[in-house]
Design a protein around this ligand. Structure first.
Ligand SMILES: N[C@@H](CCC(=O)N[C@@H](CS)C(=O)NCC(=O)O)C(=O)O
Length: 225
């Protein structure tokens, strides 16, 4: 692969971790290019660059491919000028990093939900997800974003989490995970309206996600209308 003339993000159309990096790049106004790959047929150049075989990768120069979305976002925070996406206070910053980890755990719960082979496993994953959303409700303070007026990397991590529910709500019986969490609902609405979050995926994302979910051969795929 040719050496990147500018930052290049190796991406996949559906990957929520890629979206975190795209949102951080956009919020910081960092020029970059994106290369989308097929994770079912990984190109050799990608396998040679990615120690874990996962996207996102950020190619920063000829010799350097950064991997892991959290590391990429931290690198952008440290190197890109402009708006800060982490709090200044070290305790708050550590707390934010912890909630970004929580976003990853929530993504794992979502993956468990759409892969659940039967109704009982599905209900267990649904309840697990509802429990996580309840934790978020208790963690949220000032509106509209996780830390009030200032958009942060926690928001960049949860925008892609909430995006799944737009498709779930269009195609499934209600999951009920937001029923008793008005603060999370308001946060979700604010993130959906944020241009960096909205534009972190291509226009055909909903169709691509629907095809992906239908292909799971799971309880969720059988419940889709
Ligand atoms: N911890 C990683 C997770 C990235 C990840 O799971 N990427 C998935 C796509 S969303 C992937 O590349 N999977 C390919 C594979 O595991 O073979 C991060 O935060 O970057």
């Amino acid at each position: 692969m040719a050496a990147p003339a500018t930052l290049r993000l190796v991406s996949h159309h559906l990957c929520p971790y890629v979206q975190r990096a795209v949102i951080a790049l956009t919020e910081k106004g960092v020029a970059h290019e994106r290369t989308y790959i097929d994770l079912a047929a990984k190109p050799d150049w990608f396998t040679a660059l990615s120690p874990l075989g996962k996207v996102p990768l950020l190619l920063v120069d000829e010799a350097t491919a950064l991997f892991e979305s959290a590391v990429i976002c931290e690198f952008l925070e440290e190197t890109a000028p402009g708006v800060r996406l982490h709090p200044d206070d070290p305790v708050e910053r550590a707390r934010h990093r912890a909630w970004i980890e929580f976003a990853s755990a929530t993504l794992a719960s979502i993956a468990g939900l759409y892969a659940a082979p039967d109704a009982a496993t599905y209900e267990g994953k649904r309840a697990d997800l509802a429990g996580k959303v309840a934790w978020l409700e208790r963690a949220l303070g000032a509106r509209p974003y996780f830390a009030g007026e200032r958009f942060s990397l926690v928001d960049a991590a949860f925008g892609p989490v909430f995006r799944y529910f737009d498709t779930f709500e269009a195609m499934l019986p209600s999951l009920g995970v937001f029923d008793a969490t008005p603060k999370v609902q308001a946060w979700r609405t604010a993130l959906t309206g944020r241009p960096s979050v909205r534009n972190a995926v291509t226009a055909d994302y909903p169709e691509r996600l629907a095809i992906f979910l239908k292909g799971r051969k799971s309880h969720l795929s059988r419940s889709m209308v």
